[in-house]
Design a protein around this ligand. Structure first.
Ligand code: FES
Length: 64
């Protein structure tokens, strides 16, 4: 699904970028151009970024 119509960026591209190390909207903008024109995609792109970061976090082991 297209997230950023201005740059033709899909949710898949955003998730892949996060998996490749992108960790902030600033980095996402620099990498893909998301939210760098009209900005309408910024809110959903941030949501995708946060969800993907949460999904890719390695569970912390706790010493008992
Ligand atoms: S839709 Fe992403 S900058 Fe316009």
């Amino acid at each position: 699904m297209y997230v950023c119509m201005c740059h033709g960026i899909t949710d898949r591209q955003i998730r892949e970028a996060v998996c490749d190390g992108v960790g902030s909207m600033r980095e996402l903008c620099a990498e893909l151009g998301v939210a760098s024109s009209c900005g309408r995609c910024a809110q959903y792109a941030k949501q995708l970024l946060d969800e993907t970061l949460t999904d890719t976090q390695v569970p912390q082991l706790t010493a008992a």
